[in-house]
Design a binder for this molecule. Structure first.
Ligand code: SAM
Length: 467
């Protein structure tokens, strides 16, 4: 049985949430010397699992006047994405004033941690945030960091299970940087080589086995309501009937419609009117819905009447079938979204999000449980959410970072910058912990690191009771 090393390097965890970064960094053998999180519920879960409370506001502890954050070797931050001001003539730090990135930079200026790892939504590297991206890279470089301009975009479904991957498509951008004021390596752009490592390919995941899903969950909190069953049954009947009709015409080449199906917009092609000004994508969907309806008018009229579809709430009168090859809606992972019922194959799930759209597992006829959702983020079964409401747990997980993705990205980063890290004691410690001693997957060591964190929490509570 492998053991997680103790106290290799010191790390800080900013915008700590419930500790996705802590999970990876503790498993590498790091010690959390500081963490900060403004949300009380998330901070309480963090404390239960990692043994210290991050509760606080970064703007109060790291600013122009105050620096309450101690020195450390690795700085980790999954920070909220905010636009920088473009108004001032001066570029640089001033533009970030008033944003939370400003506070991160204050800590970097004060301590120059050896390695910085930042995580954000993929959009931060997209065209709308080009300015923010450039300012972040420029500021890190101005502080002496080796950092690539090329975004390292990664998702846990791109890693094999044996390397800490999970069946969740969650693309996030990572910015990783190494302090190298003497330019030991040249600072030309060398992207961090985060590549697709899964040999199985995206579609080869199997949620049921790979997560794995629990087979016996008999808890009314995860059961489907009578209405939900009615909606899914109705749309499953739609799938069956269209499938049959298309197969009669096209045989094995038959396909179900891949465009969004909008019951409210079904109209005869002859009478279809598309208003001027309707965007092209929408006009295209309206035309396709009319074609579908015209082709199968009798079947679809009878279907609508039989299930009284006109009485469903508007968002349940729409289907997004993204599960080519599945035979039934009940074979799919389903999401009841404002834009309709979305059906996908049971290979991998879309990103958990902070808003409540807990996926429904068709074959199991229930929702994903909080433990399974935690598993999708790479957190072990023993991760303790206390007695908080499930909605809080799903929200915190939706905000979190994938443990396997952090593991992989940090390993790739230290390998890229090994020559710099070799030159300092902190760097050598990080290299040993992250590159040399760590197993291929955090899953081998995370349960031990978590048990240690939970023990710290128990010990502190016992101490407080004695006082
Ligand atoms: C994207 S989440 C990071 C989640 C974390 N990486 C995890 O794995 O759970 C951003 C977090 O920043 C916190 N936050 C927002 N403003 C903050 C502030 N001023 N000080 C500290 N934390 C803040 C939010 O409450 C949220 O939990």
């Amino acid at each position: 049985m492998p053991t997680a090393p103790t106290s290799a390097f010191a790390y800080i965890d900013l915008f700590a949430g419930i500790g996705g970064f802590a999970a990876a960094l503790e498993s590498f053998g790091g010690t959390g010397v500081y963490s900060v999180e403004i949300d009380e519920a998330a901070a309480a879960v963090y404390e239960r699992n990692w043994g210290h409370s991050p509760l606080g506001d970064i703007t109060k502890v790291a600013n122009d006047e105050v620096m309450a954050v101690p020195a450390h070797d690795i700085l980790a931050a999954g920070f909220p994405c905010q636009p920088f001001s473009k108004s001032g003539a001066q570029r640089g730090m001033d533009e970030t004033r008033g944003t939370l990135f400003f506070n991160i930079m204050k800590i970097i200026e004060a301590h120059h941690p050896t390695v910085v790892i930042l995580e954000n939504v993929r959009n931060l590297a997209g065209p709308r945030h080009r300015h923010e991206w450039e300012v972040i890279i420029d500021l890190l470089r101005a502080e002496g960091y080796r950092v690539s301009e090329a975004p390292a975009v990664f998702s846990p479904h791109l890693l094999p299970l044996e390397r800490g991957g999970r069946p969740q498509v969650r693309e996030r951008v990572f910015i990783t940087a190494t302090y190298d004021p003497d330019h030991i390596l040249d600072h030309d752009d060398v992207p961090v080589p985060v590549k697709h490592l899964s040999e199985r390919g995206d579609e080869e995941w199997d949620l049921t086995q790979d997560l794995p899903l629990a087979t016996e969950v008999d808890d009314p909190r995860y059961a489907l309501s009578a209405d939900e069953i009615k909606w899914i049954d109705a749309w499953d009947d739609f799938v069956q009937r269209i499938w049959e009709a298309e197969r009669e015409k096209h045989g094995d080449a038959a396909k179900l419609p891949g465009f969004p199906i909008w019951f409210d917009e079904w109209a005869d092609l002859d009478t279809l009117k598309i208003d001027v000004g309707v965007p092209a994508w929408k006009a295209n969907f309206l035309r396709k819905n009319a074609e579908l309806y015209t082709r199968h008018k009798d079947i679809l009229d009878a279907w609508g009447t039989r299930h009284r579809v006109h009485e469903f709430p508007p968002s349940r009168r729409k289907l997004e079938w993204q599960a080519q090859g599945a035979a039934s809606l009940w074979d799919c992972a389903l999401q009841l979204r404002p834009s309709g019922i979305r059906a996908k194959r049971m290979t991998h799930l879309p990103a958990l999000v902070a808003i409540t759209q807990t996926p429904i597992l068709g074959p199991l006829r229930r929702r994903l449980t909080p433990q399974e959702a935690a598993g999708l983020q790479g957190l072990p079964a023993k991760f303790d959410f206390g007695t908080q409401r499930d909605a809080q747990t799903y929200k915190q997980l939706g905000n979190g970072v994938s443990v396997g993705a952090v593991w992989h990205v940090l390993k790739a980063h230290v390998e890229r910058d090994a020559a710099i890290l070799e030159t300092t004691e902190a760097g050598r410690t990080i290299l040993k912990a992250v590159r040399d001693d760590a197993p291929k997957t955090p899953d081998e060591v995370l349960p031990i690191a978590l048990a240690r964190g939970q023990q710290r929490y128990a010990d502190r509570n016992a101490e407080t009771r004695l006082l």
